[in-house]
Structure formats: C-alpha cells, structure tokens
Design a protein around this ligand. Sequence first.
Ligand code: UT7
Length: 327
Amino acid sequence: MRDHWVRILGTGSSVPEKILTNYDLEQMVDTSDEWITSRTGIKERRIANSNETTSDFALRAAQQALEAAGISPEELDLIMVATVTPDMLFPATACLLQRDLGASRAACLDVEAGCTGFVYALSMAEKYLRGGGGEKALVVGAETLSKILDWQDRSTCVLFGDGAGAVVLGLGEEPGILADCLGSDGGGAHLLEIPGGCSRFPASHQTVENRLHYIKMNGNEVFKFAVRIMEEASRRVVQKAGFSLDEVSLFIPHQANIRIIQSASRRLGIASERVFVNVHKYGNTSSASVPIALDEANKEGRLEKEGLVLLVGFGAGLTWGSTLIRW
Ligand code: UT7
C-alpha cells in the first residue's frame, strides 16, 4: 500500500451560453436533425461568441473547481491545460489562466494530446505530485473548437462544441487515482489533423484558400479505432489496478458519439445505468469532454463515495488513455 495518493478535491465546468441546435445546422449546411441524431446522438452543442476564448471557459471552470476544493489559487503548485484550441500558439493557455487566477506559485504548461488531453494531463499531474513536485495541482480541459471548424464541411462541423472542465488535485493518505494507462499511435496522425498554420504549412493566402486551418477527419477510421481502443484501454487500467469491470460504479467515456459509447460499453459488459452520457447536449468538446462529464456526474450525485470511476479518452495523435479513480 502506498503512503501517498492523489485525490480529486473539487470539480468545475463552464460552457458558452449560446446553443446551436441540429435545426440551426440544417440552415447552414446540407444536413438534418435526423442524420445527426441517428449517427451521433448529438442534439445541440454550445458555441463561443467571437470575443470568448478557451482561457475564458478554463477560468470559470477552474474557479468553480477551486471553490469546491476549498483551495485558493496561491496554493497551486502546478496548472496544466489540455487543449487543441489554445488562445494562441504561445504562450501556453495555462500561463494565461495562471495570470487570470492569480496563481503566482504555479508552474504552468499546456498538454496537446487530442481529445485524450485531459486524461494525459491528469496522469502527468498525478505523477508530478507523487514525485515530490508539490501538493496541489489544477488540471483543466478547455476548448473552443467552433473557432477551428470548417462551417462549410458537414462531415465535421456538426460534431464538435465548446466548453471547459477542471479538477483540483491534492496529495492525501486515502486512495484516489488508482491507476492509468496511456498510449499513442503516430501512424494514425493523418486521420485527424489541422494541417495549416505551423511549420509544415505556415499561414499564407494559399493555406487560407485551401482551408488548411480547419479540422480534417477520416470519420470512419477514427470510429473503428475508437471502439477498439475504448475497450482495450478500459480493460487494461481496471486490470492494472487489480479490479474487475463489474466493480466499476461509473464509466465516463469521451463524449464523441453515442454509437461509440454504446458499442464500447456493450463490449465491456457495462450496463447503461453505469455509463455517463451528455453528448446530446454538448457534442464532442475534445479535451473538455471528460472533465465536463466528470463535473456533471459529481453535481448530479452520481459519484458514490469510494465508488470506482473509470475515465477513458481517445483522439487525434492518435492517442488514448484511461484512469481508474477511487472517488
Ligand atoms: O474525438 C475523436 C474525434 N472524432 C470522432 O470520434 C469521430 C468518429 N467518427 C464518427 O463519429 C462517425 O464516423 C461520423 C459521425 C463522423 C460519421 O458517421 P458514419 O456513420 O461513419 O457516416 P459516414 O462517414 O460513413 O457517412 C455516411 C454518409 C455519407 O454519404 P454517402 O457517401 O454515403 O452518400 C456522408 O457524405 O453520410 C454523409 N454525411 C452526412 N449527411 C448528412 C456526412 N456528414 C453528414 C451530415 N449530414 N452532417
């Protein structure tokens, strides 16, 4: 038995006020509520206004999580923001968040691991605290994907949304984060990408004309990968921690598509009552998806004290990750 564990002390989340429904999208591209609902389970998503940035949502989610944890920003030793839509390429959105929170003692960095970003950051922060880096950390998943969507491409623009979720971590003597498993396959890098704007295709009139600054995705291939990897990553982490899937009290998967969630849950033998779903309200919010779901599950009283919570993510990279938590 270990002496020290890392526990989640508080959760928070924030989404834009503006709701974009499937019916609104019918007016924008050649799609239908019927297609989107039956293929993805999404009914609506939240969209930032033109002045709102990723760090704005990160800030609100972080403030809630800090308040729930009873921690002041000055107590934070580390801030990690998982995002694929930083306010700008640099400085890190975590530094902007630090400034806005007034968390003067914290070391700050962003994590870019596609939609698995939050699960990756949680793992890194847990190891930082256990390795002696400090006592308190803030881990945020935050996105404004609406700003990098091609609103003329019906195969991607109906899928994504904006928002942020956050957790505050602290060292303690009671078990918290029990185990995690992370993995990547750069061989699938081309399946989900934004090609333009960096060293491969620096921003130019031509990159803009060719719409290279928007998300490009091979949906079918990502779908097949997702179903396979959600099952594998879930089985691995539960086994690593010495438990069985029957003992998991709540499964919180990345909210990309209801068909992916249902198919993975079926393969794992986890009944729908033990699966948290909010994809119908927010669509895929990438790095923000798991922490928003975790916060909503917490606020709805679905996280039993001492129950086992299983988080699983997958996304661009390709990347995947799972975490098992004693709540
Ligand atoms: O966080 C990780 C990120 N990504 C994902 O998790 C996405 C994983 N993939 C998926 O969720 C699914 O593959 C999609 C929802 C993206 C697509 O569903 P699908 O059942 O794989 O559909 P499809 O790509 O095979 O497309 C079927 C048809 C195509 O028409 P044709 O070629 O059969 O005539 C598409 O052109 O649906 C068409 N289509 C649409 N129709 C109406 C594609 N997008 C739309 C749309 N509205 N928005």
